[in-house]
Design a binder for this molecule. Structure first.
Ligand code: PMP
Ligand code: GLU
Length: 395
């Protein structure tokens, strides 16, 4: 029966982040004491003012389909947010609200990509970019990066990768899985390359924008010469700890926004109405209202850096954003651990789950087979226990 599925589907794989967290959940349900550091999901509750707003929306009768691209009030608020936090000028007709940033990204890819178009993606990349591009039957062109360069690309690498078939460039800053953050100057240098190639569009995934520990996040769309090439993606999942509420959005040239509206009108009609009302309240709040979460993530990042030092064979760096660390673990390859020879990061991640009952995600999911992604969107106690267990099985 399987070969009756579309080629498009046969060409893609399951999301490894979701698969690992499902596995961790299953083992937990069977009674194992699992610590799940696989999923990138904040463990806070959304702020109380957002919860109250959603309850009020239910009582006030927001039960019906909204306009496909979102309530006008929300789109206006998103424009204000872009202006306040990112110095970006968008009008409501350039905004589309979707069921999570995931749908927002997929809408953009479906809008732009034809078979055989090339899409440049720096690796390590977020797990779904590659699969979404393949789903559109386009060709991913991967630019590898290294830890020594903070996992960032150089403008020359970008320039070399661009061909007449290049349609799109996709990246996240702060980056999932590396936690790297591109500085203003680095983005400016990249923008100079894009300026020379006005047909190349840029999808800038800024879902971790507030989770930045050193300098402030910069949006690549602020460079006027390339503003019209950029689709800025954001959402409420990470900043407001609202992963299950499923609100994401784009700010984009109007022709892209119109196309996403068209696709969404056929696929989902609109994002959830109650969550949209709560999103207006969330985005109206100044980012200092969520600073307590960012401070906590920074504390945890420092805790992780302290603990990871104690583990022989982990090569690491200091991530400056998001809530992941992406250590290189290839020094274990070819070695026998608890009776089994470890060949790659998949096996290493499996080994940790089996032996220490800590769930992580193999670097191969993110295009780097020598690393491992550990999410620290978890409590201090769990982080301490997880690293203590890992140290015990490895040292
Ligand atoms: N982009 C990145 C880089 C992510 O880590 C995530 C995590 N889920 C998403 C997009 C999708 O977020 P959402 O929950 O809004 O769909
Ligand atoms: N973005 C999160 C992660 O990378 C959630 C899972 C997903 O959407 O893939 O873990």
């Amino acid at each position: 029966m399987k070969n009756r599925l579309s080629y498009r589907l046969q060409n893609i794989s399951y999301s490894q982040t979701i698969a690992m967290s499902a596995k961790a959940r299953e083992l937990k349900n069977k009674g194992y004491n699992i610590i799940n550091l696989s999923l990138g999901e904040p463990d806070f509750s959304p702020p109380n003012f957002v919860l109250s707003s959603a309850k009020k929306a239910i009582d006030e009768g927001y039960h019906y389909y909204t306009p496909v691209s979102g309530y006008f009030e929300l789109k206006k608020m998103i424009c204000e947010k872009f202006s306040r936090d990112n110095r970006l000028k968008y009008t409501p007709s350039q905004i589309v609200v979707s069921t999570g940033a995931k749908q927002a990204i997929m809408n953009v890819l479906l809008s732009l990509l034809n078979k055989d178009d090339e899409v440049i993606i720096p690796a390590p990349y977020w797990v779904s970019y590659l699969q979404m591009v393949k789903f559109c039957e386009s060709s991913p062109v991967i630019i590898p990066t290294i830890m020594k360069n903070d996992f960032k690309i150089h403008p020359e690498q970008l320039e070399k990768a661009i061909t007449s078939k290049t349609k799109l460039f996709i990246f996240s800053s702060p980056c999932n899985p590396t936690g790297s953050v591109y500085s203003y100057e680095e983005l400016k240098d990249l923008s100079e390359i894009f300026k020379k190639h006005p047909k190349v569009m840029i999808l800038s995934d800024e879902i971790y924008e507030h989770i930045c520990y050193s300098e402030k996040h910069t949006s690549i769309a602020i460079f006027p010469d390339i503003h019209n090439q950029v689709i800025t993606v954001n959402g409420l999942s990470k900043a407001f700890s609202m992963t299950g509420w499923r609100i994401g959005y784009i700010g984009a040239p109007e022709w892209i926004a119109q196309s996403c509206d068209k696709i969404q009108g056929q696929m989902t009609s609109c994002a959830n109405s109650i969550a949209q009302i709560a999103a207006i309240t969330a985005l109206a709040a100044h980012p200092n209202k969520i600073e307590y979460m960012i401070k906590e993530f920074k504390k945890r990042r420092n805790l992780v850096l302290d603990m990871i030092k104690e583990i022989d064979g982990f090569q690491f760096y200091q991530p400056n954003g998001a809530f992941y660390i992406f250590p290189k673990i290839s020094s274990f390859f070819g070695k026998k651990l608890h009776g089994k020879i470890i060949q790659n990061s998949d096996e290493f991640s499996e080994f940790l789950l089996d032996q220490s009952k800590v769930a992580t995600v193999s670097g191969s999911a993110f295009g780097d087979n020598e690393c491992l992604r550990i999410s620290y969107a978890s409590s201090d106690d769990k982080i301490i226990e997880a690293f203590t267990r890992i140290k015990k099985v490895l040292n």
